[in-house]
Design a protein around this ligand. Structure first.
Ligand code: GDP
Length: 444
C-alpha cells in the first residue's frame, strides 16, 4: 500500500536521526526535510507540511533540552502529535446503535467506489453482529443494481432494488420500509453518482435524503484526487448533511495522504478507508492508531478489529479474553496462523503489530510467509497437546522428536519456537487491553 511507503519514509527519517551520535540542529533539519519531502510526495498541502515542520522545531528546542533528555523520543512524539493534528477533523465520528434500525445513505461521484463500499460497510458490520441490508437507489447508472445484487449475494446480505422503477426516491423509501419490517438494524441506501459534481446529482441526493430520512450520510471519495478532496468534500457537505467520509483506493494512489488531510481540514470525520477491491480490504480509520501504525509503532486497536474480521464470531470473545490476560500459547499461534492463511493480505495484519510495518511484508513475499506458516503448523501438529499449551516444557529431546515427527530439521523447530517467543512478546502488550463487550463490538 502506498501509505506504507509514506510511513516507511517517515520511520526511516526518524531512524536515521536516532542513529546519529549527537542530535543537533543539522540532524534534526535533515530529518524534518525527509519527512517534509515524503508528505509533499503524498500530496499533503504545502502549508500543512510547513506548519508541521515549524511546530516541531518550536517544540523540540534542542538548546533548551538538557543532555539527559531523550531527544529521539521527544522528536518522535512531536512528529506523531503533529501528524495526528493534520489528520484530526476536530469532530468525533457519529455513532449508530446496534439493535435500533438505522438508515445510512451513501453519496459520492460515479466511479468513486460507492457501490463496492456499501457492501464492504455492510459486511464489516455483519461480522460484528449487526443485521445489515442494502438498498440500490441508483437508477442513473446502468448495471448498478446488478452490481449491488451480486456483491450482496456474495456476502449473504439482503438487498432491495428494481429493474423497472426509475424513481430513486420511491425505491429508497420502499427499501427502507421493507427492511425495517424485517428488523434490520443497518439499512444502507446506495444512491446515484455522476461523473462530476452537478446540480442534478445534488438535487437527487436532497430528495432521497428528505424521503429516506437517513440517520447518517456517508460521503465516499476516491483518494487519487489528493488535496483536491478538500473542494469535493466541501461541495457535498454543503448540499447534504454529510456525517462521515470513507476514502477509497488507498491501496493504489500516491496521493492518499493528501486526500486524508484535505478531508480532515473540512472537519469531516473519516471513518473507514478502502484498501482494495475485495470485500475485506476495508479498514476502520482512527487517527491515533493510524499514525501510530504509519510510524511503525503498531496499532493494537486495529489488531482487535482485524481479529473481529478474521476470527469466527463464536471464537472471538475467548481469544480476545486470553490475549487481554496475556496468554499466548502455541495453540493460539496455530489457530491464528490458520485464520491468517484464510484471511489473505498478511501485510495488513503485520502493519498493526508494534515493531512491524506493512513495508516489511511486501505483497510479493506473502506466498513465502504463507509457506512458512504452513511449515510451522506441520511442526505444531506433531507436538503433544501439553507442549502446545505450555512451550516451556519443550526439552531438547522433545524438540528432536517434533522434528522427526514432522519431517523437519531441529533448527527449523527452534526457529518456530523463536517465532512463538517473538509473537508472545508482542501479544503480551495486549495484556490489559480493553476488549469490546459483546453487543458493543462496533459502534460505527
Ligand atoms: P461507484 O460508481 O462509485 O459505485 O463505484 P464502484 O463501486 O463501481 O467502483 C468503481 C471501481 O473501483 C470498481 O472497479 C471497484 O472494484 C474499484 N474500487 C472500489 N474501492 C476500491 C478500493 O478501495 N481499492 C481499489 N483498488 N479499487 C476499488
Amino acid at each position: 500500500m502506498v501509505l506504507a511507503q509514506l510511513g516507511g519514509s517517515i520511520s526511516r527519517a526518524l531512524q536515521q536521526m536516532s542513529n546519529a551520535t549527537i542530535i543537533d540542529e543539522k540532524v534534526l533539519n535533515e530529518c524534518l526535510n525527509e519527512i517534509t519531502r515524503a508528505l509533499l510526495q503524498a500530496d499533503v498541502q504545502f502549508k500543512l507540511v510547513r506548519d508541521m515542520s515549524t511546530n516541531i522545531k518550536k517544540i523540540v528546542n534542542l538548546e533548551d533540552l538538557a543532555a539527559g533528555h531523550n531527544k529521539r523520543r521527544i522528536i518522535q512524539q512531536a512528529v506523531y502529535n503533529e501528524l495526528c493534528k493534520i489528520l484530526d477533523p476536530g469532530k468525533p465520528a457519529f455513532t449508530l446503535k446496534k439493535g435500533k434500525p438505522s438508515v445510512v445513505m451513501f453519496v459520492g461521484l460515479q466511479g468513486s467506489g460507492k457501490t463496492t463500499t456499501c457492501t464492504k460497510y455492510a459486511y464489516h458490520h455483519q461480522k460484528r453482529g449487526w443485521k445489515p441490508a442494502l438498498v440500490c437507489a441508483d437508477t442513473f447508472r446502468a448495471g448498478a443494481f446488478d452490481q449491488l445484487k451480486q456483491n450482496a449475494t456474495k456476502a449473504k446480505i439482503p438487498f432491495y432494488g428494481s429493474y423497472t422503477e426509475s424513481d430513486p426516491v420511491k425505491i429508497a423509501v420502499d427499501g427502507v420500509e421493507t427492511f425495517k419490517k424485517e428488523n434490520c438494524d443497518l439499512i444502507i441506501v446506495d444512491t446515484s453518482g455522476r461523473h462530476k459534481q452537478e446540480a442534478a446529482l445534488f438535487e437527487e441526493m436532497r430528495q432521497v435524503s428528505e424521503a429516506a430520512k437517513p440517520d447518517l450520510v456517508i460521503f465516499v471519495m476516491d483518494s487519487s484526487i489528493g488535496q483536491a478532496a478538500f473542494d469535493q468534500a466541501q461541495a457535498f457537505r454543503q448540499s447534504v448533511a454529510v456525517g462521515a467520509v470513507i476514502i477509497t483506493k488507498m491501496d493504489g494512489h500516491a496521493k492518499g495522504g493528501g486526500a486524508l488531510s484535505a478531508v480532515a481540514a473540512t472537519k469531516s470525520p473519516i471513518i473507514f478507508i478502502g484498501t482494495g477491491e475485495h470485500m475485506d480490504e476495508f479498514e476502520v480509520f482512527d487517527v491515533k492508531p493510524f499514525v501510530s501504525r504509519l510510524l511503525g509503532m503498531g496499532d493494537l486497536s486495529g489488531l482487535v478489529n482485524k481479529i473481529q474480521d478474521v476470527v469466527p464470531m463464536d471464537q472471538q470473545p475467548e481469544l480476545l479474553q486470553k490475549l487481554s490476560e496475556g496468554h499466548f500459547t502455541l495453540r493460539i499461534m496455530y489457530e491464528q496462523f490458520q485464520n491468517m492463511l484464510k484471511m489473505g493480505p498478511l501485510g495488513q495484519v503485520f502493519s498493526m503489530l508494534p515493531g512491524f510495518s506493512a513495508e516489511m511484508m511486501p505483497q510479493g513475499r506473502e506466498k513465502e510467509s504463507q509457506a512458512k506458516f504452513k511449515r510451522y503448523m506441520t511442526m505444531m501438529d506433531s507436538m503433544t497437546d501439553e507442549g502446545n499449551t505450555n512451550p516451556k516444557i519443550l526439552t531438547e529431546s522433545r524438540i528432536m522428536r517434533i522434528a522427526r515427527g514432522s519431517g523437519r530439521l531441529v533448527h527449523e523447530v527452534m526457529e518456530m519456537l523463536e517465532e512463538y517467543k517473538r509473537l508472545a512478546k508482542i501479544f503480551s502488550k495486549m495484556k490489559g487491553l480493553k476488549i469490546p463487550k459483546k453487543g458493543d463490538m462496533s459502534s460505527l
